[in-house]
Design a protein around this ligand. Structure first.
Ligand code: FES
Ligand SMILES: [Fe+2]
Length: 386
């Protein structure tokens, strides 16, 4: 993001903080509780994610030719490689023999040997070795291989399409937001690993917790609310995506500082909601990524939490400090947001009330739900035409 834009956003955030208000949607919005509990909606949600480009990590997770990483996306194991010419490829991490996972974790390897019977693949997915070759007369080395998924690197992130038959057009998907996302550089910062939350909450409820800061003063009273304002958000939408600016408490001190001395990043957190299931949180020292997936039934979801840092992790104490910050952020989401959401999900499933209300002061929440509903309605119409 360029400096002028940051200053402009700081001006907007400062005005909201000074006026003790927030950006407002035109009206209140209500949603049906069954959006979080119905099996039919759950199937529609999963189809929506399957049809959408999926951001699965930072480009820095594949730092050079010959590196690889593995990801679990919608319950599917995916192997990503950077081949000798530097390009990114993705495959279902499923052996052609009896469907074992071929590789776990990340690292450097040009060949992958399945842990079950040692069928071996190169990093372009081609099958290059079969022990006991005479047992498999119908298998052809080099021409048989792993199922390839469309994959690319774009705006600093790794992207895949889960359906091998689809095309992956991330530029079209991100639209105007692509350049801004790229400009932060968080996808090129050093990755700090993944932490997984397997939670008894609907995936949309997990996403909802990131869509407003109205809850900071209560849920995060002892944590985030000690540094960030509550119920004070700059909201901008970009097609199906949106950006929230959460001002820090210190922003009010800018009243006494000339604009040319402002350091915007010391006064705000920037949150991006990428359609349909990704949250990015950018600060001066952290590029957090939350990949949120529907689980096997409506009341369960998987959140993969990643973080990257611009700090030099070759210094042990710096690396330990960065991990401590990551752990703190993760524990806050786990123990504050998701713990509260678990009881909320139980209420939804008990069926005591059939509606939820989203306020004018929760424009991000409204935007997420309206966008999902539109996408699902579009898919249903398209399916009906077939
Ligand atoms: S399942 Fe992979 S070699 Fe048998
Ligand atoms: Fe929260």
């Amino acid at each position: 993001m360029d400096h002028d834009q940051l200053i402009d956003l700081t001006r907007r955030a400062l005005k909201l903080a000074r006026d003790k208000t927030t950006d407002l949607a035109p009206q209140q919005h209500t949603v049906d509780a069954r959006e979080y509990t119905s099996l039919e909606r759950h199937d529609h949600d999963k189809a929506m994610l399957m049809a959408s480009p999926q951001l699965v990590g930072y480009v820095s997770e594949l730092p050079g030719p010959g590196t690889y990483c593995t990801k679990t996306v919608m319950g599917r194991s995916v192997l990503l490689t950077r081949t000798g010419d530097g390009s990114v490829k993705a495959f279902n991490n499923v052996c052609l023999h009896r469907q074992s996972q071929i590789v776990t974790g990340c690292g450097t390897a040009k060949r992958f040997s399945c842990p079950y019977h040692a069928w071996t693949y190169d990093n372009s997915g081609r099958l290059v070795g079969v022990p006991g070759r005479e047992g498999f007369p119908e298998v052809t080395l080099k021409s048989d291989g792993l199922t390839e998924l469309p994959a690319t690197e774009f705006a600093g992130f790794l992207w895949v399409a889960l359906d091998p038959g689809t095309t992956l057009d991330v530029a079209a998907h991100l639209g105007d937001l692509a350049e801004e996302l790229d400009s932060w550089g968080i996808g090129r910062w050093s990755p700090l690993g993944e932490k997984v939350l397997d939670s008894p909450i609907n995936w949309k409820l997990a996403v909802d917790t990131f869509a407003e800061n109205y809850h900071f003063a209560t849920v995060h009273r002892q944590t985030f609310a000690t540094i960030a304002r509550s119920n004070c958000t700059v909201f901008d939408s970009y097609g199906p995506h949106h950006r929230l600016i959460f001002p820090l408490n210190a922003i009010l001190e800018l009243d006494n500082v000339p604009e040319d001395q402002w350091d915007p990043f010391h006064n705000m957190v920037v949150i991006y909601a990428l359609f349909p299931n990704i949250v990015l949180s950018v600060t001066i020292a952290n590029g957090e990524l939350f990949r949120i997936y529907p689980g096997p039934y409506p009341g369960r979801s998987i959140t993969v939490h990643q973080n990257s840092t611009p700090l030099d992790l070759s210094d042990e104490s710096v690396a330990a400090g960065a991990q401590a910050v990551f752990e703190y952020a993760h524990a806050t989401v786990r123990d504050e947001d998701y713990r509260l959401a678990e009881a909320l999900q139980a209420n939804l499933e008990a069926g005591a009330r059939d509606r939820l209300v989203f306020g004018r002061n929760e424009p991000g929440l409204q935007h997420r739900h309206i966008t999902w509903d539109r996408a699902i309605a579009g898919h249903s119409q398209a399916a009906a035409r077939l």
